[in-house]
Design a protein around this ligand. Sequence first.
Ligand code: ADP
Ligand code: MG
Length: 593
Amino acid sequence: DAPVEKYEYQAEVSRLMNLIVNSLYSNKEVFLRELISNASDALDKLRFLSVTEPQLLEGASELDIRIQTDQDNGIITLTDSGIGMTHQELVDSLGTIAHSGTAKFLKALKDSKDAGSDSNLIGQFGVGFYSAFLVADKVVVSTKSPKSDKQFVWEGEANSSSYIVREETDPEKMIPRGTRITLHLKHDDTGFAHPERIEKLVKNYSQFLSFPIYTWQEKGYTKEVEVDEDPAEAKKDGTDDGVKKKKKTKKIVEKYWEWDLTNETQPIWLRNPKEVTTEEYNEFYKKTFNEYLEPLASSHFTTEGEVEFRSILYVPAVTPMGKEDIVNPKTKNIRLYVKRVFISDDFDGELFPRYLSFVKGVVDSNDLPLNVSREILQESRVVRIMRKRLVRKAFDMILGISMSENREDYEKFWENFGKHLKLGCIEDRENHKRLAPLLRFFSSQSEEEMISLDEYVENMKPDQKDIYYIAADSVTSAKNTPFLERLYEKELEVLFLVDPIDEVAVTNLKSYKEKNFVDISKEDLDIGDKNEEKEKEMKQEYGHICDWMKKRLGDKVASVQISNRLKTSPCVLVSGKFGWSANMERLMKAQTV
Ligand code: ADP
Ligand code: MG
């Protein structure tokens, strides 16, 4: 017989297994979701590879998932004809934690102080393969990769810190390709090994899967059989001749078992948007991206003509766990399909500018080659057009949120992704027109609630030409600056740019609806009340004081000037017309440490 190798779990896995086995009692049925999702990933990988290597499909051309229950012995088997695992892959994958979902879970677990919420967390994040131990005390994985000519078995038990790997030798257990997982259910969980229960769970969890799932179901059909008539009955008729027995037909139910297709496999994005409900879109989102909150908005569209593709995009309601890097996002938020075949979730950067990296969704193109690579994407005209359309749709979707009656929705969006849009103002000149209306700022007349530029423009005085702003590190310091005195007096609204990136964004925009952005802390501020006569007079009277001050201050200032911008303060320090503002100066300093 083949030798049995014993391996220890990575420490994190041990801890996780311990938690799963000993302290999680609710939400157990998520094990099925996790195993189905792994099977589906494995099928996706195979389908993708088989495009260029069709021989991979040899021996088992069907790509499907089959789930069988054995009620008497409390066993569930789940078989997929996917990519399978080699010996090395088996040891690397089942015994360590190298994947996103589970890492997310462990992080959330660390963050949650309340131990009682663990079982909720498991439902939200999933713990991948190990969730099999929610219901099983022994799990056997038998797997055959097309890259290997041998089939291998992984065997683990609930309260053990090690697992074993050996070669599969039982001829009855051989599979042409893929993975079979056998769950030996815990005594209290044998109820899961019931065909109807499994059917219900599969329907619930794999609504949007693109591979068929078959479950092993008991069926019955009625058939008519001829039986001899009961002699007693015959006698009553008075037809008993004592020799001939009368025949009679009777209906009986013949039982048998067969594979039953349990899910619908048409991808949701191929359906007519008019026929898909918001609930379905939200469900699809949660299942596809492993999210537990509904998205803030979604958009489903098809483009035809020059370039043909379908897409569903979403704006999440939360920022991703942990510290997100908007400069170098590694998001896996866009799942690219070519003619229904899942290609990769690694091409976000090719399909969206990085400042929109928070948008999630699926994109299915008919015009790209199936063996598409990053290089092809980067040079493709088709992709350039797709990108443009996707960006436009993303903006429409965000604009939709901003116009929602529920102001809170956009506040939430802004809090999460406002920074991204400001980054967009810096990086995407072409879309300034779409970005600007989405920006929000505090102002001298709205310190509590942020306003849009449209609201600002509406509130402008009839003779006001510019949009005024002051950059500061908080609303409090903005509203206390002496620069504001005269503008307050004249009831001119001033935007408070309190996020360090605000000023850079606004300077990049330059103007909105043909009104320039003007920094009120710079020299030569013209708020429309210049009185040349008076200025001349003042200059004559106080000119020599200015000269004297300049002499005293020397290089510390560029010049000392008379101005009409103050009301109560005697003097103020302003920035030169072409120099950096004080805020920018602060920012640059902070960046060059
Ligand atoms: P994740 O799916 O997030 O990667 P899992 O714990 O669910 O994490 O699975 C761990 C790894 O085990 C997968 O990434 C995959 O490499 C491998 N795996 C699990 N199930 C299968 C399967 N049915 N077929 C092939 N590989 C699998
Ligand atoms: Mg998984």
